[in-house]
Design a protein around this ligand. Structure first.
Ligand code: GDP
Length: 526
């Protein structure tokens, strides 16, 4: 060894985010777009055609994320299409998506959810690549989509803008490889890097409780590298990593940054969107999780106390606002992530007249027990992407519990909105059907009758009427006598004379206008 200062031995470990320690990592991509524009089909097409070499076979499971290899580069896809899941994750501060693929069906063009998804991505500062899907379909119109892109400020590259855009057919697998090229190109621009050597940290994408396997969670590592045996904490749950598998159930030896894996060995199912980190050992992980749980309990205890104090006020307010209706529901969904996304969407339904109250939310098929619980709470059951167990339909009928079930969130929410609106009393609306002018007043044995000329529409005996004198309403009531000459009539049309009497009014004068109207019951809206 020659002269020169000996390399200083670093005592402190360098900050783990030191840029020199960072290495390139795969991009994390989510797929957004309007319902039925082909998000699921695209995710399946990408997964099918690009299985990482040598890993063919195995049963694929939709557990929230998967990784493919394209031209020697890895790409990670979030496998929960739809922006509800995306926005829920962001709400928790999990800013995990690097690139958003906005799927637009070429035969349908930009739709409300397309715009919503675009604005989500833009607000999150996530670059968008547009996949113009269904190019094989009749009525596919590429230029119309590009025009809409231009109108929304994401002009396609070939139109002089900066947004990558690829016409594809997810159904036929056409041009999907070009879309993947575009993703790699965008990823290169973003220069995505992370330190693979520090203790692992990341985000929970989804979790489920499986028969015989206990709680499992799909995570994406953000930095560091996960290995079997690692001890993790995520909120009130901890995990001694017993096994790590990919979306095909194949074991993984290590999970570097930007990579998804399903982890076995959790104490319970952590929340989608929650952050996890590595601990020294199992004991430390368990202790930290238990401390977090105690804290949670204290918070909820404190909330209880506050609630009780607030009770009296709430009661008073409730008496004042007896008009406020409550729509209660029990939620069932296929996986943790969708249940949470659904809860968020339901709470998002804005109505001043009906309040949404979620009684319970859980993963799994709808069981007769769910129906019994809903019945006890006066609630409806809302089922997303899950089946009804045997006996549910009959129990629901017997107990009078409404079960709203759909596999498309958009449709499900529409049905919920309708059910909420049904709680409201119908709105009454007046519909003018005609008018008559008083020409003469005839005395009767008791009181008077107005001799009128019907001037417009018709006057009916079944309807209501109001008397106007010089534009001011004198009286409103039910018609109790309507006569054509001496005979009772059910209605008299314009151009004919009639005798009219309203219950409870006697002071008719020539020149008064009698307006005839009916009251319609309109379905109330939220
Ligand atoms: P998502 O709601 O956005 O996930 O849409 P899906 O993937 O469920 O697709 C909705 C419908 O469009 C399904 O019937 C698909 O078969 C169909 N579809 C999806 N991609 C294509 C495509 O490239 N071409 C055609 N013709 N149909 C497609």
């Amino acid at each position: 060894p020659g002269a020169g200062p000996a390399p200083a031995k670093k005592v402190e470990p360098p900050p783990e985010d030191d840029t020199k320690l960072r290495e390139p990592r795969p991009p994390i991509v989510c797929v957004l777009g309007h319902v039925n524009h082909g998000k699921t089909t695209l995710l399946d097409a990408i997964r099918k055609t690009n299985v990482v070499a040598g890993e063919a076979g195995g049963i694929t499971q939709h557990t929230g994320a998967y990784q493919i290899e394209h031209k020697d580069h890895k790409i990670t896809f979030l496998d929960t299409p739809g922006h509800a899941a995306f926005s829920k994750m962001r709400e928790r501060g999990a800013n995990i998506t690097d690139i958003a693929v906005l799927v637009v069906a070429a035969d349908d063009g930009f739709m409300p959810q397309t715009e919503e998804a675009l604005s989500f991505a833009q607000k999150a500062g996530v670059p968008v690549i547009v996949a113009i899907n269904k190019m094989d379909a009749k009525g596919a119109n590429l230029d119309r989509v590009k025009q809409a892109m231009q109108q929304h400020g994401i002009t396609s590259e070939d139109w002089g803008g900066e947004t990558l855009c690829e016409p594809v057919s997810a159904l036929k697998g056409q041009n999907v490889d070009k879309l993947l090229d575009a993703i790699l190109l965008q990823a290169e621009v973003l220069e995505l890097k992370a330190n693979p050597k520090c203790p692992a940290e990341g985000v929970v994408i989804d979790s489920q409780v499986e028969m015989g396997r206990g709680a499992t969670a799909t995570v994406i590592v953000e930095k560091g590298t996960l290995k079997p045996g690692d001890a993790l904490v995520c909120g009130a749950h901890y995990c001694k990593v017993r096994a790590m598998v990919n979306d095909r159930g194949e074991p993984l030896k290590s999970v570097p940054p930007g990579t998804p894996a399903r982890l076995l060995g959790w104490s319970g199912a952590p929340d989608a969107g929650a952050q996890f980190h590595t601990c020294k050992n199992d004991r430390a992980a368990k202790a930290e999780a238990e401390a977090a749980e105690r804290e949670l309990r204290q918070v909820s205890h404190a909330e209880n106390v506050v609630e009780r104090v607030a009770d009296l006020n709430a009661l008073l307010a409730a008496i004042k606002e007896t008009k406020q209706k409550v729509f209660r529901c029990v939620i069932k969904g296929d996986v943790h992530g969708t249940v949470e996304a659904l809860e968020a969407c339901l709470m998002d339904i804005k109505s001043e007249k009906v309040q949404m109250e979620i009684v319970a939310a859980d993963v799994g098929p709808v069981s007769p027990n769910d129906v019994i619980m809903a019945s006890a709470a006066g609630a409806a059951v809302i089922a997303f992407n899950v089946k009804l167990e045997n006996g549910v339909a009959s129990t629901a009928k017997h107990k009078g519990v409404r079960v709203i079930q759909h596999d498309i969130i958009y449709e499900l929410l529409n049905q919920v909105r309708e059910a909420m609106a049904e709680l409201l009393d119908p709105e009454l609306r007046e519909n003018k059907i005609g008018a008559a002018e008083v020409r003469q007043v005839f005395p009767l044995a008791k009181g008077f009758v107005a001799g009128c000329m019907v001037t417009e529409g018709r006057v009916t005996r079944a309807g209501h009427a109001r008397i106007l004198r010089k534009g001011a309403t004198l009286y409103t009531g039910k018609v109790d006598t309507l006569k054509r000459f001496k005979d009772d009539a059910s209605e008299v049309r314009a151009g004919f004379e009639c005798g009219l009497h309203l219950g409870g009014f006697e002071d008719y004068q020539p020149g008064d206008i009698i307006e005839s109207f009916e009251i319609l019951q309109m379905k109330a809206s939220l």
